[in-house]
Design a protein around this ligand. Sequence first.
Ligand code: 1HE
Length: 261
Amino acid sequence: MSTTTQTEALVTLDIEGNLAVITLNRPDKRNALSLRVVEQLRAAFESLPDTVRVAILAGRGTHFCAGLDLSELKETTAGEGVQHSFKWYEAFSKIQFGKVPVVCAMQGAVVGGGLELASAAHVRVADETTYFGLPEGQRGIFLGGGGSVRVSKLIGFSRVTEMMLTGHVLDAQEGKAINLAHYVTPEGQAMQKARELAARIASNAPLSNFAIMNALPLIAEQPMSHGLMTEALMASITQSAPEAKERVNAFLEKRAGKVSL
Ligand code: 1HE
């Protein structure tokens, strides 16, 4: 069963069984992120029903996302700018630390705030038309949607520095080589691949998915002794769940699939 909610049409939410597809729906402006788009993104991720196990984030049209809606910068004061960034942080946090893992399907431009958005997702699939850039330097501004933290964690601050200083734009394969995408598909097939990956994610134990999404980023920031303790706690909580016992028994009794290439 598939249901669609048109949240004023800037962001659409389609529920298809245990999958939610959340789509930036402003192709005439290349899905530029106005505050209304960011607020609708947040609302869509917050409103996912408990039956949903995984989400796909996509952008309608030929470009995933052209970043910040630059028309919003014309008259903002410094104070409003801080509030603006914090609205983005709240929304993107609902993606990274929300109810379910998120697979991002990308094509065309993934630039500026568009790359900041994609980096909040857990798995990123690019098609061959995808390119990545951080044109903030050219626009006279700075990252403001969490990219200094999230994109730097993905590719290192030195590469972020170089991309921002020089306007270096990376194609899909170059992006994959440095972690901006996990998969590259032929043109037009990112969504198909995202659906395949989403189905696999949805078949995991929800508690394992929760631990993967929430514990790994924390552990990455902890000193080793704290990280190992957090890991041990998560390991013991997940493995003591009845679902884990059943899944492990299923393997031992040869009722579950083997790991294969
Ligand atoms: C926009 C935006 C936008 C397009 N804000 N309106 N982001 C950028 O610096 C990227 C700016 N955009 C572009 O470089 C190009 O638009 C694209 C490479 C993404 C696509 O090119 P193209 O030829 O397909 O489209 P277009 O003709 O440039 O744009 C179509 C329309 O979308 C046009 O408006 P129209 O009324 O003339 O039809 C564009 O003005 C509009 N449009 N991108 C506003 N970004 C929280 S901090 C984050 C900081 C950043 O994100 S900085 C990076 C901003």
